[in-house]
Design a protein around this ligand. Structure first.
Ligand SMILES: Cc1cc2nc3c(=O)[nH]c(=O)nc-3n(C[C@H](O)[C@H](O)[C@H](O)COP(=O)(O)O)c2cc1C
Length: 164
């Protein structure tokens, strides 16, 4: 039986805004071109094999890069990288997001940003369309971590984590 959804878009957004998340930049490569966007819809899926997922809006320009390259990198932002989060979320100068940024390259070639909390280089193993997003499941090939404090996102604003 199909049940009608009785949640308005505003209610849905308000409830999800109460979910505190980290902030990532998901990057991808297609041939010589790279692109990326700010993403909070990221989570771990499996330990063995190591799998994560990210959700990309069907209208995002990063999506075809992930599809064409069959890979993506998740760059988990540090507390002092709020400006990067805004840059990779803004449509202004969208094709200049990497300007002046030093990046490394992992096994898949997706850009790995520096100064982050963690980088995960992933090969796409499945993609599922649901509603207005595509869920990409990625097998993690390589990780880098640092002990920098993370950037957090809550109710449309940024914050940071302090160990109680
Ligand atoms: C904190 C934050 C989290 C976001 N999370 C997502 C996300 O999980 N998935 C998504 O598709 N867009 C997300 N966005 C929006 C994209 O970053 C934004 O639409 C971006 O301009 C898309 O770029 P593109 O079209 O060049 O790929 C988020 C934005 C912000 C500020």
């Amino acid at each position: 039986m199909v049940r009608a959804v009785r949640v308005s878009a505003d209610e849905f957004k308000r409830a999800l805004g109460r979910w505190a998340t980290g902030v990532t930049i998901v990057t991808a490569r297609s041939g010589e071109r790279v692109h990326g966007m700010t993403v909070s819809a990221f989570t771990e899926v499996s330990l063995d094999p190591p799998l994560v997922l990210v959700c990309a809006d069907k209208s995002s320009n990063t999506l075809p890069f992930i599809q064409e390259g069959g890979a993506f990198a998740v760059n988990v932002l540090a507390r002092d990288q709020e400006a990067l989060s805004n840059r990779f979320a803004s449509k202004k100068d969208e094709w200049k997001r990497f300007e002046g940024l030093e990046c490394d390259s992992g096994p898949t070639g997706a850009p790995l940003l520096r100064g982050t909390v963690a980088n995960l280089d992933c090969r796409v193993v499945a993609a599922h369309e649901h509603g207005d997003h595509v869920v990409f499941l990625g097998e993690v090939n390589e990780v880098r971590t640092s002990d920098r404090p993370p950037l957090l996102h809550f109710e449309g604003g940024y914050g940071s984590f302090d160990r109680g």
